[in-house]
Design a protein around this ligand. Structure first.
Ligand code: SAM
Length: 342
């Protein structure tokens, strides 16, 4: 293993957010079966393994092949690895002949190695290809998608997933540069992260006539394209739908979310009235994302929120990435039929 996943504080390649709090939330019992649905560089997994006995199990999932390679090097017999999306968890458990697990941990978003590697194309602060795929073994890169997308598709992605107010201007500039072969050298269609960041900066700076920005004007565009290209919202919704069916009664769900779309989806999954009304799409903010067919069904079990934690000032100073993080812990409550929890 080249990269360190040591559990001694400050020695992580990816410094985990809410390390102890999220694992405490799982209320680990030593022989239980748990899922780390977002392995990353294994900070939370290593902590879970340290609290499991020899007969415990941990299923670790990640879309990113590099994360899975890293996990293999942990070489722990209690660890089962899956390269793919956490939205496949229900089927994965079936294939492993596991009916229910005791807890699931989700630490959403990107790991530091993903952000820091220019070649992955996630950061506008480093020049790299316009890729942004978590799973580099499949799917379209951002560049490939932009080359085939319509104005309306680009505008909608920037608005829905980035809340970008100038989405239509950015989309028009992209279409203009792509379809107008006579664009000068300075107006080429963006091929790299820096090209795209410059394009967005130019559009926003031109419209706002403001020369001071708290965050880089391309932040929202990059966030939107990343969420879209990785199907992040749909994957999260799929998994949250499955949780009441695959986590046992009084089992736990710990979720660390980083932006408002994630925060809201997690909050809704843990609301008792959501289970009763069975309808995520009723919330106005969800309109446009989810249609009637997206109704979430919790047949006999619900997730009850038992804890919500924001990062302390000290932890933000120690790990600035935790600035926008929110930890929610939910307990799975199932109906009893005769003597059995169902
Ligand atoms: C914030 S990092 C997790 C860091 C990890 N908790 C640690 O301590 O090292 C998020 C990870 O989740 C993965 N990921 C995001 N969405 C996923 C999905 N739908 N299915 C599987 N993995 C996903 C990313 O590839 C990334 O490696």
């Amino acid at each position: 293993m080249n990269e360190t996943s040591s559990n001694s504080r400050g020695n992580y390649l990816h410094q985990p957010v809410f390390l102890e709090e999220a694992v405490d939330g799982l209320k680990i019992c030593s022989g239980g079966t748990y899922v780390d649905a977002t392995f990353g560089r294994g900070g939370h997994s290593v902590e879970i393994l340290s609290r499991l006995g020899f007969d415990g199990k941990l299923i670790a999932i990640d879309k990113d092949p590099e994360a899975i390679e890293y996990a293999k090097a942990l070489n722990d017999k209690r660890l089962f690895l899956h390269h793919g999306s956490f939205s496949e968890l229900g089927n994965l458990l079936k294939s492993l002949k596991i009916e229910k697990v005791n807890g699931v941990l989700l630490d959403l978003g990107l790991s530091s190695p993903q952000i820091d590697s220019a070649g992955r194309g996630f950061s506008f602060q480093k020049t790299g290809p316009l890729d942004m795929r978590m799973n580099t073994s499949r799917g379209q890169t951002v560049y490939q998608w932009l080359m085939g997308a319509t104005f309306l598709q680009i505008e909608k992605v920037l608005k829905d997933f980035g809340d970008e107010k100038l989405s239509s201007f950015i989309a028009s500039e992209l279409i203009l540069r792509r379809d107008d072969q006579d664009c000068g050298a300075s107006k080429q269609f963006p091929k790299t992260t820096s090209d795209l960041a410059d394009l967005v900066f130019g559009v926003i700076d031109g419209k706002r006539k403001r020369h001071y920005y708290k965050t880089h004007p391309a932040t929202k565009t990059f966030q939107a394209l990343r969420i879209f290209i990785n199907n992040e919202i749909e994957d999260l919704k799929d998994l949250l739908e499955q949780i009441p069916m695959i986590v046992s009664h009084s089992g736990r769900l710990s979720v660390i979310s980083f932006h408002s779309l994630e925060h809201r989806l997690v909050k809704f999954s843990m609301r008792p009235q959501t289970a009763q009304s069975n309808n995520y799409s009723a919330h106005p903010k969800r309109l446009g994302f989810f249609s009637d067919k997206d109704t979430i069904k919790f047949p006999n079990c619900t997730i009850k929120e038992i804890k919500k934690i924001k990062p302390s000032r000290e932890s933000i100073q120690e790990n600035p990435r935790s600035r926008s993080a929110l930890l929610r812990v939910g307990e799975i409550i199932c109906a009893k039929q005769g003597k059995e929890w169902i």
